[in-house]
Design a protein around this ligand. Sequence first.
Ligand code: PRP
Ligand code: HPA
Length: 187
Amino acid sequence: MSLDSHIEKVLWTQDQTLDRVTQLASQITRDFKSVPDPPLFVGVATGALFFFADLVRRIQLPLSVDLVRAQSYGSGTLSNGAPSISLDLKLDVKGKHVVLVEDIVDTGCTLSCLIAHLEAKGASSVSICAFLDKPSRRKVPIKLVGDGKFYKGFECPDYFVVGYGMDFAELYRNLPYIGVLKPEHYK
Ligand SMILES: O=P(O)(O)OC[C@H]1O[C@H](OP(=O)(O)OP(=O)(O)O)[C@H](O)[C@@H]1O
Ligand code: HPA
């Protein structure tokens, strides 16, 4: 059975996804052009990896990259509680302008944990770049650090979405667009 046949509904096609990534990268390039120190872009593994790679390669500025992982979700669509940091950054964030790159903000628990972590490590600002934002599910407000900004690709309706890095039970991350599975595949 093909991958596409598991999808009930496409929310954003591959072209729409990549066009929006290009727009976000242009906006970030403009906003950070006058910042004297190169910013540090931190991708949140695993889900953000595809978006992260596409985004940073479109930003026309010297920048550093690193990864972090905060585990909060179980194997399905339900969170298994407060996230904890299971992979820390390699680089020093003290005094850095950090942009945290996420595939999706849902309850906000993962991002809040990561922002607090970066602030405690002395980042001078923390901005967020999330491809999708699902504000209808928010439990924790997103508090930026310093003059950090919140960039978002699209507002996501209240579906459990897959593709472009986002998984259900560790599958479907390789789907090149974003969609919703047929009900029989959420099992
Ligand atoms: O706003 P929240 O409710 O915290 O949800 C968002 C987080 O959930 C997903 O990660 P997950 O923990 O499933 O790990 P993954 O990136 O490996 O899929 C997603 O990639 C975000 O990091
Ligand atoms: O809708 C979603 N899809 C995949 N992972 C997620 N993590 C939080 N929300 C989602």
